[in-house]
Design a protein around this ligand. Structure first.
Ligand SMILES: *[C@@H]1O[C@H](CO)[C@@H](O)[C@H](O)[C@H]1NC(C)=O
Ligand SMILES: *[C@@H]1O[C@H](CO)[C@@H](O)[C@H](O)[C@H]1NC(C)=O
Ligand SMILES: *[C@@H]1O[C@H](CO)[C@@H](O)[C@H](O)[C@H]1NC(C)=O
Length: 279
């Protein structure tokens, strides 16, 4: 029997996963999304995003899209800005992605189109999607990050629901203090957050999340690492089967306090690798 037919018979509840890769603007965002299903046996890992995705703009654009999946605005004061012909806020060089936020004046429109409609004080950007369609029972997502921690700087590396929110898993979220937040949202108010100290010197440190569908094919276990040390394990309720975007972005102000910096803020990311188990 063909392997995919056998899989159908073995796991009738499985639904096709969707993966999107996105980029953001000056903050770039990237998204990869996938759905998880539990699998009773281990299968070889497949590379979804290779470590070379920031090696050139053309490679970058084959794995990531500019802007948020939903557009340029979210719940901070930065508007994403960037495209294949505008690399003023999203720079790929030396195998490193730099997302750059710069103060802006007289933005049009003046406030964010997303709740809670904060005023736009910074400009950056993002672009289009790739679709992948394979069932998966696990993802390992890792990278090296030079994250600003000053008040009003809100870089992130996170998974969020393609359809109704949550699920959300924040693998990297720095909210204007010397901490990275590892978060899993079951609902908007049922959230587990674990903070790890983060150096303020802009040195690169690695973070990693290992997501595994649980045997009851509903919940997902998330193991969070910093510098290759397991820091915490969280569980997402009923995340299996829900497609996610992976986003890397540099927001400003919002949850990270205000006012933000009067100068340029740069968030750097390199060696992002995403692998999937489950085919
Ligand atoms: C799945 O298992 C977890 C415990 O491991 C439990 O909390 C959860 O309610 C279960 N979900 C379903 C849909 O059975
Ligand atoms: C979210 O749901 C999972 C699975 O049911 C559970 O293990 C976890 O404790 C929940 N998180 C919170 C913050 O209650
Ligand atoms: C902004 O949205 C993100 C994700 O959707 C959420 O984690 C965060 O709490 C929100 N912050 C504010 C200030 O609304």
């Amino acid at each position: 029997m063909p392997i995919n037919m056998r899989r159908e018979l073995d796991f009738p509840a499985r639904i096709p996963s969707t993966m999107f890769v996105r980029k953001l603007n000056s903050l770039a965002i990237i998204g990869i999304a996938g759905t998880l299903v539990s699998a009773p046996f281990a299968r070889a890992a497949t590379t979804v995003i290779p470590s070379s995705s920031f090696s050139s703009y053309s490679t970058f654009e084959s794995y990531w899209a500019y802007l948020y999946p939903w557009g340029s605005d979210h719940n901070g004061s930065a508007r994403m800005k960037g495209s294949s012909t505008d690399h003023s806020n999203i720079v790929v060089a030396s195998s490193t992605l730099s997302l750059i936020a710069t103060p802006t004046s007289n933005p049009n429109p003046p406030t964010s189109t997303s709740n809670p409609h904060p005023a736009i004080h910074y400009a950056r950007r993002a672009s289009h999607d790739l679709l992948f369609g394979h069932p998966a029972n696990g993802y390992t997502i890792s990278g090296d990050f030079s994250a600003p921690t000053a008040r009003g700087t809100w870089p992130a590396f996170w998974l969020t629901a393609v359809n109704s929110w949550p699920p959300e898993v924040d693998i990297g979220e720095w909210k204007g203090t010397a901490n990275n937040w590892f978060n899993t949202f079951n609902t908007s108010s049922i959230v587990r957050s674990d903070l790890v100290g983060w150096p303020t010197d802009l040195s690169f440190h690695s973070i990693k999340a290992v997501l595994t569908a649980q045997p009851n094919n509903s919940d997902v276990k998330i193991q969070f690492y910093m510098d290759n040390v397991l820091r915490t394990t969280q569980y997402g309720q009923a995340f299996v089967g829900k497609p996610l975007w992976l986003i890397v972005n540099l927001q400003m102000e919002g949850s990270s306090g205000s006012p933000g910096p009067t100068g340029t803020t740069t968030y750097k990311v390199r060696n992002v690798v995403v692998t999937r188990t489950g085919s």
